[in-house]
Design a protein around this ligand. Structure first.
Ligand code: AMP
Ligand code: MG
Length: 652
């Protein structure tokens, strides 16, 4: 393999005056400066055999070296003829042609001239003999004695003939530099006899995660540690965009070790991508080290993006060095928006062309003025087209990626996107896949047990957690099939039914036992009922509670038990059952209220208090849809009921 270079042209000059590095730049300005510091540059390339070129980016324009087909070729099995001989042929006027003494198979050069009044048998792919200008299909002829045929229809000149160069003409541009070589391109190259091509060499991109708290997947999670998510996701995104990622692991927040790792990475790699440590916090070192690694150093530190403000872009002696924000979703958005364009250019690839669709936003989305904001959305089919639900759970939430179908962009100059906006959604996948069944409302782990068999038979189920009231609103607008709710009505002292409106019917789900959780070794709660347990907690000023958010069904129960008291911890109001259990298990609180299955999963003590009804508001107009029927069937099945019971729920 020899190597060579292709030039990427210099981007338009944006006036690169020196500016203070720590100033926040607009995303356009930051990207322009980054590109200006990197391009023009040579893209290393190499020759590869066709069989090894799949997926590579072509580094040269390829011109067809020959005509394809190389000769005038028959497209059918039949007889090579002179069209003028049979121009008068018809049903009532058959024409007889005498057969020449050869048959032209594929790969056989004809020897005999087709003279007036004669025909030569020819196979599909055979070269047309001298004198002939058309082919008659064998189906349109009759033998006439042993050495002649009878023809009852005319042919036009050129019929069933592919002329030399009609597919690809010698000298024609076949493929352009930057084309990604797939099976179709390989086929075209093979047809022209091209055995090897010059392709861009993939840039080697070193990836380093930073942070004392990081543990690699597969290792045990120590207290206060988290799994390194960015290492895996950034490496995969590099490979997806034409690079060759070399993951070097997570380095603790130690200046000397980090500098050694960065220097080592830059020796072998064409580019370095770090994550974490870029906010300007005490342990945030990477950007300080960059200044010592090469010229010109930091190009932008702070970009008006959300998520992703602390992004740091640098160039050290010609190599891009990037520090992505630590939060995985921030890291991913900034990587795709700001780094992918540069990486693809270095890899000789064209810019990404992600699929986009237009969809209505059903709720108002607030946005920070002055920053371009990316909001992940889940798509569902509404009455008049697609609906895009914001599915982000904050910049730290990685699971939003799995829930989301794509993202929308809110302009830096907007402080909100009003409900009802028709927005452009950039898809994460090549096509929209609208789910077969859409469940919007309160989430419960029991729901997964009911929908599992649906997924197994190939139905796409989308469940979007927006709380009971959000689900009811979506159901009223007809944006979902079912809204799981658990809403207690004080006046009637019943669950859910009082909240239904016309067009919705209640499908009973299951009961969830709510109760007090505490650590099993905490003697203060030993053997007590719920009321007595709360009284014991209130009697001890050192006893800290964990509450729930306003509007949660659980919160209504807690407030009833507290009877107006506001003990320490009251203002700690997480939004989920699991967070309550984690707070108690990790000693940040001593008691709280959650559901039995969650308490048991974490090994906490549990004092039952009240049973909550988790039911479904079914949109009547959508009841006959087959996915809805499948859900209702699954919900009533013995399997689902048994699975719910095993998990600690009581089917209704
Ligand atoms: P930092 O910028 O280092 O302060 O990180 C910001 C947040 O992102 C912190 O909560 C970090 O724990 C988290 N974080 C940093 N790096 C990673 C990583 N590689 N994987 C997952 N989370 C990370
Ligand atoms: Mg860190």
């Amino acid at each position: 393999m020899d190597s060579g270079m292709t030039m990427i042209p210099k981007p338009p000059d944006r006036g690169l005056e020196q500016e203070q590095f720590l100033k926040i730049l607009s995303r356009e300005e930051a990207l322009a400066r980054f590109e200006a510091a990197l391009f023009p540059r040579a893209i290393p390339s190499q020759r590869r055999r066709l069989a090894d070129a799949l997926g590579a980016a072509l580094a040269e324009d390829i011109t067809a070296p020959i005509d394809v087909p190389p000769f005038d070729r028959s497209n059918v099995d039949g007889f090579a003829v002179r069209s003028s001989d049979i121009s008068a042929a018809g049903e009532g006027a058959p024409v007889n042609l005498v057969l020449n003494g050869e048959t032209i198979h594929c790969g056989i050069s004809p020897r005999l001239h087709v003279a007036t009044g004669t025909a030569t048998p020819i196979a599909t792919g055979g070269p047309l003999p001298r004198g002939a200008d058309a082919v008659v299909m064998v189906e349109h002829t009759q033998p006439s004695g042993s050495d002649a045929i009878e023809i009852r229809r005319a042919v036009s000149p050129g019929q069933f003939v592919s002329y030399a160069g009609s597919d690809i003409a010698r000298g024609e541009a076949l493929l352009r530099a930057g084309t990604i070589i797939g099976s179709r391109e390989i086929g075209m190259l093979a047809a022209c006899g091209v055995a090897d091509v010059r392709v861009a060499r993939k840039p080697r991109v070193a990836v380093i995660s930073t942070g004392d708290e990081l543990v690699q997947p597969g290792e045990a999670l120590a207290p206060a540690a988290i799994y390194d998510t960015n290492g895996a996701i950034v490496a995969a995104a590099i490979d997806e965009n034409g690079g060759e990622a070399v993951f070097l692991g997570a380095v603790p927040d130690d200046e000397a070790r980090l500098e050694a790792a960065m220097r080592g990475a830059l020796r072998d790699a064409d580019m370095l991508v770090l994550s974490g440590g870029t906010s300007k916090g005490a342990g945030d070192l990477s950007h300080r080290i960059i200044g010592r690694l090469g010229q010109p150093g930091i190009i932008a530190h702070g970009v008006a993006l959300k998520p992703g403000k602390p992004l740091c872009l640098a160039v050290c002696d010609g190599k891009p060095v990037v520090i992505l924000p630590g939060f995985p979703t921030s890291a991913m958005f900034t990587f795709h928006d700001m780094i992918v364009p540069v990486l693809r250019k270095m890899a000789g690839l064209p810019a990404r062309s992600d699929a986009r669709v237009s969809a209505t936003v059903p709720v108002r989305i607030t946005s920070e003025l002055g920053r371009v904001e990316f909001v992940m959305v889940s798509l569902v089919e509404g009455k008049d087209g697609l609906i895009a639900y914001p599915s982000g759970k904050g910049s730290g939430a990685i699971t939003s990626f799995a829930q989301a179908d794509g993202f929308l962009r809110i302009d830096a100059l907007a402080d909100q996107m009003p409900a009802g906006t028709e927005a452009e959604v950039t898809l994460f996948t090549p096509h929209v896949r609208v789910p077969d069944l859409v469940i919007v409302g309160s989430h419960c782990t029991g729901l997964d047990l009911v929908t599992a068999p649906l997924a197994h038979v190939g139905l796409a189920v989308r469940s979007i957690a927006v709380g009971s009231l959000g689900g009811l609103a979506a159901a009223k607008r007809g944006e979902c099939d079912l809204a799981p709710i658990h809403l207690f009505d004080d006046r009637s002292e019943t669950y859910n039914t009082p909240y239904l409106v016309e067009g919705l019917v209640l499908v009973p789900g299951w009961r969830r036992m709510q109760g007090i959780v505490f650590r099993k070794d905490d003697k203060r709660f030993d053997g007590l009922g719920a009321e007595a347990a709360v009284a014991a907690a209130l009697a001890d000023p050192a006893c800290i509670m964990v509450n729930r958010n306003q509007g949660a069904g659980t919160r209504i129960l807690i407030d009833r038990l507290l009877g107006g008291a506001r003990p320490e911890g009251y203002w700690n109001q997480p939004r989920s059952h699991n967070a309550v259990a984690a707070a108690v298990a990790q000693h940040r609180a001593d008691w709280g209220m959650t559901i039995a299955p969650v308490a048991h999963a974490v090994g906490l003590g549990f004092i039952p208090f009240a049973e909550e009804h988790y039911d479904f508001a079914l949109v009547t107009a959508r009841k006959q849809r087959s996915a809805v029927q499948a859900f209702l069937h699954a919900l009533g099945s013995d399997e689902a009921r048994a699975a719910l019971e095993r998990a600690g729920f009581r089917p209704a």
